[in-house]
Design a protein around this ligand. Structure first.
Ligand SMILES: [Zn+2]
Length: 603
């Protein structure tokens, strides 16, 4: 058997998806909350018969491979390896020639892997490396952790890595693309040198554990910049990756919670101390993409950024991004001056755990910090504190949470809830809150037209799904023009295909649609469309199904006629004389056609 087919038979889609999503059986299918977007009512369906896992809300999903690609953030090749391992299916080894032809992405990842080995060798086997190793151990890291995260050392040499990788048969342009070397002159790339020199190297990995970038910490005191990272490359998008995520993932999934720290060392120290559900932003700001990734795995998000001004600002920005995504948010606080790595080193895992377990829920945290920021001569400046808090409260998607937060703010600041509501109204008039800024950035208003089109496509899919499930009800729509029912080209073709086959069978025989000779993309669409109808239907009697078909078809016809009427009317408004006459006749004909079609089945 082909590896792909074998993997599919060994890993049932419902078991595979069940490891990520809580599924409930509904009829022949399963249903759950979509892992790809944030929702409260489930629109994510898994069909064992069709080997499909699909969300009708955000339209993501597909077979086992598509699902894993999406949920784990892998490309197809990586998903294949991931699933082959899970299913204990051996993949054929690739020949050296195939390896040469491997995609650019894969080449770049291999290059990073080779560079990582180079840095590791420098750390473990050289005299200068030994000093860095010593430093790491003094900071409390064990050899086991250093090896697990593949830390390394970039020596104080102009182009040692460059020469090494050229010999390992990478091209100069690949090295430049990966960002591990820099051309001395951007126009003349003849002279290249290593990006990382005399630095401690933290490999940054993809969700599947492939090194795709490096963070380098200066070894010499006072060297600037203290941290130097790889640039954005085809394999490294810093807004999507979190340091340590690959190693922490099992713990994150298990705990349904994640702790977010700033530095690489903080992450490593916490992980080693036994708090394994931890990731580091690595000095870049937390982004919406980071949060979307984490949302697939956790409900609770705990920020443990540094307790200095920069850390506090980063925390507030992170909170602003995370509230709309509906996390349970907490913020850890401790005495200023120490970072989590130092806490772990001094007090061990217990000290860090204590701080995490005492983390404040988000509203008490915001209340406490706002009060501190706006405290003058022992008095809180309530006006400023309220102005600062309200935008955060408004970001919550949950009315209950908003209400609770307002009550908390009211009791903490000694202002009645009514007055806070007044402030909100005032603020909305003045439109100056970060809440607005964030929400406007989402462009929800602009997508109105798209939403309408999506709805119409969904109606068409529903009708076609019904017809596929109950082909005998086709008789109810046969007098309607296919192009009036389906303006989606693919759906119309499937419909015509269905009708042709249905017309060829003799009465009373059971009918099932044959997809032989139909393009794969259309076959997929057929599967999706029938699953969509199944997701919306309980088992229907033939009669009830007929009524659904009629209703769905008529509603589509009405839309079609409405838009044609609109079109004609706007042309009429511009037209004069004969032209006007002609359009009027057309318009009347259209009205008649509409009537006869709508009531056609009655006459
Ligand atoms: Zn979805």
């Amino acid at each position: 058997m082909e590896p792909i087919a074998e993997i599919k038979t060994r890993l049932s889609i419902e078991d595979l998806v069940g490891q990520y999503v809580q599924l409930k059986k509904v009829g022949r299918n399963y249903r759950g909350l979509c892992p790809f977007h944030n929702e409260k009512t489930p629109s994510f369906y898994v069909s064992p018969d069709k080997e499909l896992a699909y969300c009708f809300g955000c339209r993501k999903g597909g077979d086992q491979f598509a699902f894993i690609q999406e949920v784990e953030g892998l490309d197809f090749r990586e998903a294949l390896q991931f699933l082959a391992e899970k299913a204990h299916v051996e993949l054929p080894q690739r020949t050296p020639i195939q390896k040469k032809q491997a995609s650019r992405r894969e080449r770049l990842l291999e290059l990073h892997d080779d560079a990582t080995s180079f840095f590791e060798k420098q750390l473990w086997e050289t005299k200068d490396g030994a000093k860095v190793l010593d430093y790491l151990k003094k900071r409390g890291l064990t050899e086991e952790i250093i090896k697990k995260f593949r830390l390394g050392f970039a020596p104080d040499e102009r182009n040692l890595l460059y020469k090494y990788l050229l010999k390992t048969e990478y091209t100069k342009s690949e090295l430049l693309e990966a960002g591990v070397v820099i051309a001395k002159d951007t126009t003349d790339q003849s002279e290249c040198f290593d990006r990382f020199r005399l630095r401690l190297i933290f490999p940054i990995m993809t969700a599947s554990g492939k090194v795709c970038a490096f963070g380098g910490r200066a070894v010499k005191e006072g060297e600037q910049p203290k941290y130097l990272n790889s640039p954005e490359t085809p394999v490294y998008h810093k807004s999507e990756l979190l340091f340590g995520f690959f190693q922490a993932r099992d713990a994150i999934r298990h705990e349904r919670a994640v702790i977010c720290v700033e530095g690489y060392m903080d992450m490593l120290a916490a992980f080693q101390a036994g708090t394994r559900q931890v990731v580091a932003t690595g000095g870049t700001a937390l982004t919406e993409q980071h949060l979307t990734l984490l949302k697939r795995f956790v409900d609770t998000l705990i920020f443990a950024f540094d307790q200095d001004n920069a850390g506090r600002d980063a925390t507030r920005r992170a909170i602003e991004l995370a509230i709309p995504q509906d996390f349970t948010l907490k913020v850890a606080r401790w005495a200023e001056g120490k970072d989590p790595a130092e806490l772990c080193q001094k007090g061990g895992g217990e000290a860090f755990n204590k701080i995490i377990s005492e983390a404040l829920p988000v509203m008490p945290y915001l209340l406490a910090t706002s009060a501190e920021r706006h405290m003058h001569d022992g008095q809180i400046d309530k006006k400023q504190a309220v102005a600062e808090l309200i935008p955060f409260i408004l970001l919550s998607p949950s009315p209950i949470e908003r209400d609770e937060w307002l009550k908390e703010a009211s009791s903490r600041l000694g202002i009645s809830v009514n007055v806070l509501y007044e402030e909100i109204k005032l603020g909305q008039r003045q439109q100056r809150s970060p809440a607005r800024r964030t929400l406007a950035g989402r462009g929800e208003a602009g997508s109105h037209e798209q939403g309408r089109e999506r709805k119409i496509t969904e109606k068409q899919e529903y009708l076609l799904g019904l017809l596929l499930t109950y082909p005998s009800s086709y008789g109810l729509v046969y007098h309607m023009k296919p192009e009036d029912l389906f303006d989606d080209f693919e759906l119309r073709n499937i419909y015509i295909h269905l009708v042709n086959q249905y017309n060829q069978i003799s009465e009373g025989t059971d009918f099932s649609l044959s997809l032989e000779g139909v393009e794969p993309s259309m076959q997929n669409r057929v599967q999706l469309v029938s699953l969509y109808a199944e997701s919306l239907l309980k088992e229907l009697t033939e009669k009830a199904a007929a009524a659904e078909v009629q209703e769905a078809a008529l509603s589509l016809l009405r839309i079609r006629f409405d838009s044609r009427k609109q079109q004609l009317l706007s042309e009429l408004r511009q037209a004069q004389g004969d032209e006007q006459e002609r359009l009027l006749i057309n318009y009347q004909a259209l009205l008649q056609e509409e009537q006869s079609l709508t009531y056609g089945q009655k006459s």
